[in-house]
Design a protein around this ligand. Structure first.
Ligand code: IMP
Ligand code: MG
Length: 396
């Protein structure tokens, strides 16, 4: 219960099951069969999500939008990383996460219609701007192949296109350099403030606000409710700053409020009070407190409270609302969509997208690149990043 917010029930379950083989020194012989069994549990859960064995075993398990070739993904992963040959280190949380990602990429590649990317720590480092040549090249390949791309970020600057352009100028320049025509660049969108603002790339490689964007659940909320929600969140965050003596201040926006680093306290005093830096533990604590304070008020509108890695934010709306509304607009069914993000724990903001499409859980932009390269190879547009080797072969 105490560390519930840094757990993923499904990954822990798979890992524990696989540990039995490790302890018995039977990984090479039995792990493929165990992954086959997981695959069957997922199939069964797709058919009956309420009464499935998986639901009984992992109460937090979510929706699977596609079948998952888990055994095949494990064999590919093991052929490269040789996890079954390890004697002292059992399969890790990250190993299981990578196998799940690979299985999802294999399942989604043939039908991918919309790729949604989180921004910070997924397409670029936290707080930085897009700056990766390979990533730009892969995104361009998807666009040219007819896939819609959206940057779905919590960063909300209203409909001020220039502020979003700063974050992705490198990518927009890459579109220009590649001379992408209008019918291709217009498939690139930015969803800001989780779901609140939509912008689309135009033929001049600029972002244009989509003025009639209005998600059903959040587009038309009563201003008084927005105010009450943000007021409640602000009060909670301020309380935590004072209680834990954080070196932090409040930043309030039209539809969001954040606890961010630095500044002085309400009484104008800095120094001993307000000196604690924003480590992960205090960010999680602030986040769980504000979640609980909001839960008590029973707000009917979707919202998102999350630990952003170096700050805590509460936004009106969430990525589920954003991505699912975009699916409707672009006529892409959930199973043909993927959201890629780094914040998949309970205190993250990407986890909301799990209820409207398959997700890929990455931990940094390098992993995002790897995933895209793998997907392009399964579509047949690039060479595989995972060399197929026999069990006896070596590769790196
Ligand atoms: P994401 O990972 O792309 O969703 O971006 C999350 C980060 O965006 C947060 O950790 C903040 O640093 C930043 N951010 C900027 N403006 C906002 C806002 O209005 N709401 C939430 N996060 C914001
Ligand atoms: Mg992120």
């Amino acid at each position: 219960m105490l560390v519930r917010h840094r757990k993923d029930g499904l990954i822990e379950f798979f890992r524990n099951m696989l540990n039995h083989s490790f302890v018995l020194n039977l990984v090479e012989e039995t792990a493929p069969q165990t992954w086959k069994h997981f695959e069957e549990l997922v199939e069964e859960h797709i058919i009956d999500p309420v009464n499935s064995r998986l639901k009984h075993l992992v109460s937090t398990v979510g929706t699977f939008f596609t079948h998952l070739p888990l055994c095949e993904a494990y064999l590919d992963y093991d052929a490269h990383y040789h996890i079954s040959r390890r004697k002292y280190v059992p399969i890790s949380f990250d190993d299981v996460r990578h196998v799940l990602n690979l299985a999802q990429v294999k399942a989604s590649a043939p039908q991918i219609g919309l790729l949604s990317f989180d921004g910070d720590q997924t397409l670029y480092s936290d707080g930085k701007n897009f700056n990766d040549e390979d990533l730009a090249e892969y995104i361009i390949q998807f666009l040219q192949n007819g896939t819609y791309i959206t940057l779905t970020t919590a960063a909300g600057y209203g409909l001020d296109a220039s502020k979003y352009e700063v974050r992705v100028q490198y990518l927009l320049d890459a579109f220009k350099k590649a001379l992408l025509p209008e019918n291709v660049v217009s498939k690139f969108y930015v969803l800001g403030g989780e779901c609140n603002y939509l912008l689309q790339c135009n033929q001049d490689y600029k972002l244009n606000p989509v003025t009639n964007w209005s998600p059903k659940e959040t587009g038309d909320i009563d201003q008084a409710i927005v105010k009450k929600l943000i007021d409640t969140a602000e009060k909670s965050l301020r309380g935590t700053i004072n209680d834990l003596c954080l070196n932090a201040r409040i930043l309030r926006k039209e539809r969001a409020v954040g606890l961010i680093h630095g500044g002085v306290q309400d009484n104008g005093v800095s120094g001993m009070q307000g000196s604690l830096s924003l480590r992960r533990e205090v960010l999680d604590e602030s986040c769980l407190r504000v979640m609980e304070d909001l839960r008590k008020q029973n707000f009917k509108v979707p919202y998102c409270a999350f630990n952003g890695g170096s700050d805590v934010w509460v936004d009106v709306g969430n990525k589920r609302v954003g991505v699912s509304t975009l699916q409707d607009l672009l006529n892409v069914p959930p199973e043909a969509c993927i959201h890629v993000g780094d914040q998949m724990y309970e205190t993250g903001n990407d986890i909301a997208a799990r209820s409207c499409c398959p997700t890929i859980w990455i931990s940094n932009p390098t992993e995002t690149k790897y995933i895209l390269k793998a997907m392009l190879s399964y579509i047949g547009l690039r060479e595989s990043p995972i060399p197929k080797t026999t069990k006896g072969g070596s590769s790196d």
